[in-house]
Design a protein around this ligand. Structure first.
Ligand code: PMP
Length: 359
């Protein structure tokens, strides 16, 4: 009998099993074309249909109308740390950044490399990053945008309410994309690397107000939202396979009932682990309750050797990739959209067993 295996990796991460099966079934002959999806041209009608469907599904799932457009780009979330300021900080040449963790700090750091741009850190959740501090009122007419990291993958915190601000809001949703409910039209622009909740690595989704994308700053083409939007993200060869998988995952998310249902399912999975942690005599999670992430849960026994043993024994039991990020150590369970409820149950049960054995 084969063991049931669950993958709690923070990214690249678990994909829905039915989607992987469909990819496998279609791999050698995509829809009677006698070509693999890995071989088809990005200029073919086959790809155009995939692209159009993926884009439509993103907008529908986010409940956004045609005032918004979707770009399918490369370069990961990290390239957006540069593209956002280059394209958006053009009126006041000043941007505000909420620093709620490693990736938020990286976004700020990259913005600061751009000449003639002032990037201000307006909140600080450090040094442990266990909270999401309120963003102070920002003066009108001074900032081009406010950047937040909606979910902090390493520290396991999340915005459960978007900051009230009149400054255009930009969000890095890499680790809770389509897995947590927001009023998405509060964002001027949001982006997400695909490899946690949507597709294999190599694809980055940018969703933004069309009007914002239309403002061409004359930037080099591959850094220029307007140029990319005009060419429907195909200024160069796009990641066809990743966009195809994204289209299938988006269809699967629709079948699950959309963002509301997925967010509820993610909360149920997370609650199982947090409830256990709150009553545990061995494991702790130090994040403020109001800031707890639904998708990334760091925890520790408080002893590095015991943590290592937990990770190793969990792996033996088929619970994979539970090591925390190298910056913080300990453990981290990523319970993204595609993680089944049974995966959270299996983890909770294993933690309970380990706790009993290590009283
Ligand atoms: N933002 C967040 C919130 C992340 O978690 C990550 C990666 N873990 C990144 C950005 C960087 O993404 P990428 O590797 O796609 O550049």
């Amino acid at each position: 009998m084969s063991m049931t295996v669950y993958n709690y990796a923070a990214g690249p991460a678990v994909l829905p099993r039915p989607v992987l099966k469909q990819v496998q079934a279609e791999l050698l002959d995509y829809r009677g074309s006698h070509q693999s999806i890995l071989e088809i041209s990005h200029r073919s009608p086959l790809f155009n249909d995939i692209y159009a469907a993926a884009k439509e599904r993103v907008l529908k799932l986010l409940k956004l109308d045609n005032r918004y457009d979707v770009l399918f780009l490369q370069g990961g979330g990290t390239l957006q740390f540069t593209m956002v300021p280059l394209n958006l900080a053009t009126k006041y040449h000043r941007a505000a950044y909420a620093n709620t963790g490693h990736w938020a700090a990286r976004a700020l750091e990259e913005a600061r490399k751009i000449p003639h741009l002032q990037a201000d850190q307006v909140t600080d959740a450090g040094p442990d990053f266990t909270t999401i501090p309120a963003v102070p009122q920002l003066p009108a007419g001074k900032y081009d945008y406010l950047h937040i990291t909606a979910n902090n993958t390493i520290y396991g915190t999340s915005y459960h309410h978007l900051p009230a601000t009149t400054v255009p809001l930009v969000g890095d949703l890499s680790s809770n994309f389509l897995g947590q409910e927001y009023q998405f039209d509060r964002f001027a622009l949001l982006y997400a690397g695909a490899q946690k909740n949507l597709a294999p690595a190599g694809l980055t989704i940018v969703v933004a107000q069309r009007q914002l994308l239309a403002a061409d700053q004359g930037l080099p083409s591959m850094l220029n939202y307007a140029a990319l939007a005009r060419k429907a993200s195909t200024l160069n060869t796009p990641p066809v396979f990743q966009i195809y998988v994204a289209k299938l995952v988006l269809g699967w998310l629709e079948e699950q009932g959309g963002v509301q249902a997925i967010a509820a399912a993610n909360q149920r999975k997370a609650a199982l682990i947090y409830d256990f942690l709150d009553n545990s005599r061995l494991f702790t999670n130090k994040v403020a309750r109001t800031a707890r992430s639904f998708t990334n849960i760091p925890f520790t026994t408080g002893t590095p050797e015991l943590d290592q043993r937990f990770i190793a024994e969990a792996r033996q039991a088929g619970l994979l990739n539970l090591a925390g990020h190298r910056l913080v150590g300990g453990m981290r369970a990523s319970l993204y959209n595609a993680m089944p409820y049974e995966g959270a149950v299996a983890l909770r049960d294993f933690m309970a067993k380990f706790e009993k054995e290590n009283q």
